[in-house]
Ligand binder design. Structure first.
Ligand SMILES: [Zn+2]
Length: 154
C-alpha cells in the first residue's frame, strides 16, 4: 500500500503515534526497536525518517512524572514516614519503570504531531494529503517549493 491522500486529524495522528503505530495508516509499527523510529511504515510505506523529536519526549516525560511522583512522595512521607531505604527502593523503581514505559509512546506522539503538521521533512507528505488550494498551509508550502525551484522571484 502506497501513501495516499488520507487526511488524519492532529489528535488522531498523535494517538496513533502514542500507540506506537504509523500516524498515517495506524497499522504499521512506528518503531524498529526501542526509541528507534523506522525509516518507512511497513504497511503503507509512509516515510517516517523525517522526524526530529530530539529530547522533547524526555522533557515531557520528566515533567509529567515529576508532577505525579513528587506529590505522591510527599503524601506517603506525610502519612506513613517510611524508612529512607524503603522510599528510595520504591520511588526509584516506580520512577525508572514509569519513565521507560512512557518514553517510547511519548516519542511516538511527537512523531505523529510532526507528521500531521508537516514539520521537518514531513512537508512533502503533508502536501500530498491536502487537497490543493484548500488550506493556508498548502499555499505556503507550495510557494516555498516553487521558490526553491526558481519559479517565483519574491
Ligand atoms: Zn503506515
Amino acid at each position: 500500500m502506497r501513501p495516499s491522500q488520507v487526511s488524519v486529524s492532529l489528535a488522531h495522528a498523535m494517538w496513533r503515534g502514542f500507540r506506537m503505530r504509523c500516524p498515517h495508516c495506524g497499522q504499521g509499527t512506528l518503531f524498529g526497536r526501542f526509541l528507534k523510529v523506522a525509516d518507512h511504515c511497513p504497511k503503507c510505506d509512509e516515510e517516517l525518517f523525517h522526524h526530529c523529536a530530539d529530547d522533547f519526549p524526555a522533557y515531557l516525560v520528566i515533567a509529567a512524572l515529576g508532577h505525579v511522583i513528587v506529590p505522591a512522595i510527599l503524601v506517603v512521607e506525610t502519612a506513613y514516614a517510611p524508612a529512607l531505604w524503603l522510599q528510595l527502593l520504591i520511588w526509584l523503581s516506580v520512577t525508572t519503570l514509569s519513565a521507560l514505559a512512557l518514553l517510547q509512546p511519548t516519542k511516538g506522539a511527537i512523531v505523529g504531531l510532526q507528521w500531521q503538521l508537516g514539520m521537518h521533512g514531513f512537508d512533502t507528505s503533508k502536501r500530498r494529503r491536502l487537497v490543493p488550494g484548500q488550506s493556508r498551509f498548502h499555499r505556503t508550502i507550495s510557494r516555498r517549493a516553487k521558490r526553491r525551484e526558481g519559479e517565483l522571484d519574491d
